[in-house]
Design a protein around this ligand. Structure first.
Ligand SMILES: NC(=O)c1ccc[n+]([C@@H]2O[C@H](COP(=O)([O-])OP(=O)(O)OC[C@H]3O[C@@H](n4cnc5c(N)ncnc54)[C@H](O)[C@@H]3O)[C@@H](O)[C@H]2O)c1
Length: 216
């Protein structure tokens, strides 16, 4: 199946594809074979015009009056997201957050396996978390190569995140999911996605303040 090129699909569309895929998987689990753009859009939490536009970047789907084949569309979105091949993760920083991330049970269903956990603390290195023995971050590059790690999740303190990112890149990894409160400087061919729960809450606080101001 041909995969759309990275530049042909807008980043905002790529950001919505996981929601379409999750909605399609839920439907498949419920035994739904066909869906309409309005049903899929509602389940994914977007407007149906937005859904149709997003899918138009991937190709031509659906039959007028019949709708979308749930299984085929899910397979196509999986291919577009590069989920046909398995992605192998390492999580660096096995503290509170790293433990929670390591114990998340949804990776396999979404096309990921956790191959390595790494930390710097002697209290943590050598312990078993989620079925894996935590490795010493001093061996980071060797572990990445030996376990064929393709993506790294950073859950360390912010002060050490840049140095770890540089080692990760030197070991050949090109995709990093960053939870540390640091803007990572990486080469142009490396993609960093940052997650910031505090920032999201601040955005909610902004909306709460705006609503309160409107009500007064
Ligand atoms: N992005 C978010 O929404 C979000 C939410 C919670 C926490 N965080 C951030 O995630 C990070 C982890 O938070 P936490 O609550 O798990 O902290 P924590 O202190 O419980 O865990 C940090 C872990 O990193 C390890 N570590 C320290 N230096 C290291 C190094 N050089 N290499 C490898 N491991 C190292 C520590 O030994 C510890 O196990 C922090 O930077 C925190 O600010 C982000």
């Amino acid at each position: 199946m041909a995969e759309p090129s990275e530049n042909a699909v807008p980043a905002a569309t790529v950001g919505r594809l996981p929601y379409y895929l999750r909605a399609l998987r839920d439907m498949a689990d419920e035994g739904v074979l066909l869906t309409s753009s309005s049903e899929l859009a509602e389940r994914a939490g977007v407007g149906s015009a937005q859904l149709r536009k997003d899918l138009s970047f991937l190709g031509s789907f659906g039959t007028r009056g019949v709708g979308y084949d749930v299984g085929s569309l899910a397979e196509y979105i999986k291919a577009a997201l590069g989920l046909e091949s398995e992605h192998r993760l390492a999580i660096v920083g096995i503290g509170n957050l790293g433990h929670a991330l390591a114990n998340y049970s949804g990776y396999a269903q979404r096309g990921f396996t956790v191959r390595a956990l790494l930390d710097a603390s002697p209290d943590v290195v050598g312990t078993e978390v989620a079925g894996l023995v935590v490795d010493d971050v001093a061996d980071l590059e060797h572990v990445i190569t030996a376990r064929d790690v393709s993506m790294v999740v950073l859950a360390t303190p912010g002060a050490v995140a840049q140095g770890i990112a540089e080692q990760v890149v030197a070991a050949g990894v090109r995709e990093i999911l960053n939870f540390a409160p640091t803007a990572l400087q990486v080469p142009d061919d490396v993609v960093v996605r940052s997650v910031d729960v505090g920032g999201e809450l601040q955005i909610l606080a902004f909306h709460a303040a705006a609503r309160a101001a409107g009500a007064s």
